[in-house]
Design a protein around this ligand. Sequence first.
Ligand SMILES: Cc1ncc(COP(=O)(O)O)c(C=O)c1O
Length: 352
Amino acid sequence: MREAMAAAEVGDDVLDRDPTMRALEERVADLVATEDALWTPSGSMANLIALMAHLNRGDTFLAPAGAHVLEAELGTAAWLAGGMPRPLPHDAGPGRISPDAVRRAAAGGRTNAPYYSLRTTLLCVENTHNAAGGTVTAPEEHAALASAARAAGLRVHLDGARLWHAAVALGVPPAALTVGADTVQVCLSKGLGAPVGSLVAGSAEFTGQARRLRKMLGGGVRQGGVLAAAGLVALDRIDRLGEDHERAAILATGLRERGWQVAIPQTNIVLVAVADLEATLRRFTDAGVRASAMAGQVRLVTHADITEVDVAAALERIGAAEPEDSATVPQRRSSGEGSTATRRGLRTATRR
Ligand SMILES: Cc1ncc(COP(=O)(O)O)c(C=O)c1O
């Protein structure tokens, strides 16, 4: 990746187009089946650009509870894009909302609503859903959500920071998961390992507007080809994400065997339900295992730099759960135990 960065052909992406940046944008637009795509430094900026383009001040937008745009972007959806967030419960399974819930929430501001009621204009979905443990929404389920939203007059933004993981877990091309979305955000960092970069994709008209918004937010870069070259290498790694999913499943299974309360993951995020989050994180750190807090649970992630040997070492270091570690926590439903439709759609990569 670093060699590709050093050798990249560059231009000035703020003035004219940088050729390597353009190649990356065209490749991603192809992958997610949109007319065009625009590079941004981060997924947060890409989401913000989409929300700024879609929302007018005071518009309500819907998103599954715990969505990154709701919980982890410093409120920029409200602060900078002017949106009133409305979280929807996961009534279709962990990380997943139902078309009915979208219809009901969208109708709230419309049917016989007084003139001072809120206008709901956007559905923002997240696939995989990070805070729910990297849970996957299947193509037919995504399409049903998008079509319910569109029928209710909403636009649809897909936060696909880990769309590649969902595609690999389901054994479908990424484009199968973007049907009906007006805009799509995908990350090149995280599991794909680029040091920086996301793309926000949509119509050519949208990316024209997005380019202006990116500049406004300070996200235009000059010789961006150096960064885009890393992104092109990252995209070559999509197919190997299944290995990370397998290792996450091995890790989760090992933790279960050691008495921890953990859902078997669909992708690469393992959530452990514990009684005392702070104490458990300290224990993991002291054992030399890096973990973080997510949705009140311990979050462990597998990625390109985590081998099977590392997983075995982590399990050994973490060791058995003490009775006080999880006894008071109710057993969570496994994210791998979602609807049969989703389970049937999952490729065996995570279950081998
Ligand atoms: C679902 C989701 N969306 C967006 C982002 C933001 O990406 P970035 O960290 O590049 O701003 C993340 C980051 O973890 C994420 O999980």
